[in-house]
Write a protein that binds this ligand. Structure first.
Ligand code: PGA
Length: 257
């Protein structure tokens, strides 16, 4: 499967900072094959138009968002609709990131509804799952939690819809901590994720990309990408540095060649 690398800028970067970022990224990045997406940028909503303008036509690059609503319009202060995102050229949307689950009370049910409506509008949802800090040292419990979260977060999606699905495994204890999961943990949990996807969606489940996220850098990406069922990465802080993000993509891709 062609590896996918998603930049999650979180609440960082302004529209005016995008131009310099884009110039550096384009200088450092080469698309593997212009017809497939290697890199997705998920900026804050206010910078989406700037990213679409500066990077949207770069081969191998697509524009993303950090959330998407389950309805197309209505009285939902502070939310964003897939119709609005499509108008800006958005093709991917992160849903159920642990920061949203933990701080803003996002539930599996809401995540599944967001994913379903994204797909309806031809936006690929990147559904995030991952165990909390507490489970850092208990791999079996981690796999069990991820299995349940994933089933809840994908409820109501059918095989056809799953063709647009992307899943990200992000252990909460590895996010922004500088302590990425070991390749062994990544391999074990990704194996669980793959088996749930096959259970839910049969053959389609085999081709859903599974990304790893949590403190990835150019130095640790190769060992992670060498594990079975790792099809890319969801990258936070490293993605704020254009040269480092391009280098992470390069090394991550070559680990799988
Ligand atoms: P990090 O964030 O790479 O900074 O750990 C990953 C994420 O939260 O998606």
């Amino acid at each position: 499967m062609h590896p996918l690398f998603v930049a999650n800028w979180k609440m960082n970067m302004t529209g005016s900072a995008v131009r310099d970022y884009a110039t550096s990224f384009r200088n450092a990045f080469t698309a593997r094959d212009g017809n497939v997406i290697d890199a997705v940028f998920a900026p804050p909503y206010t910078a989406i138009a700037a990213v679409a303008d500066a990077l949207g036509s770069t081969p191998g690059v697509a524009v993303g968002a950090q959330n998407v609503h389950w309805l197309d319009s209505g009285p939902h202060t502070g939310e964003i609709s897939p119709v609005m995102l499509r108008e800006l050229g958005v093709r991917y949307a992160i849903v159920g990131h642990s920061e949203r689950r933990q701080v803003y009370g996002e539930t599996d049910e809401f995540v599944s509804r967001r994913a379903k409506n994204a797909i309806k509008h031809n936006i690929r949802p990147i559904v995030c799952v991952g165990e909390a800090l507490y489970f850092e040292h208990d791999n079996d419990a981690a796999s069990g939690i991820v299995r349940e979260q994933l089933r809840g977060s994908l409820k109501g999606l059918n095989d056809e819809e799953a063709k647009l699905l992307v899943v990200a495994y992000e252990p909460v204890w590895a996010i922004g901590t500088g302590r990425a999961a070991t390749p062994d943990i990544v391999a074990r949990v990704h194996h669980t994720v793959r088996s749930v996807l096959r259970d839910l969606f049969d053959a389609t489940g085999q081709s859903v990309p599974i990304l790893y996220g949590g403190s990835t850098t150019p130095d640790n990406i190769s060992a992670i990408m060498l594990q079975k069922d790792v099809n890319g990465a969801l990258v936070g802080s490293t993605s704020l540095k254009p040269d480092e993000f391009a280098e992470l993509i390069k090394r991550g891709r070559s680990a799988q060649q």
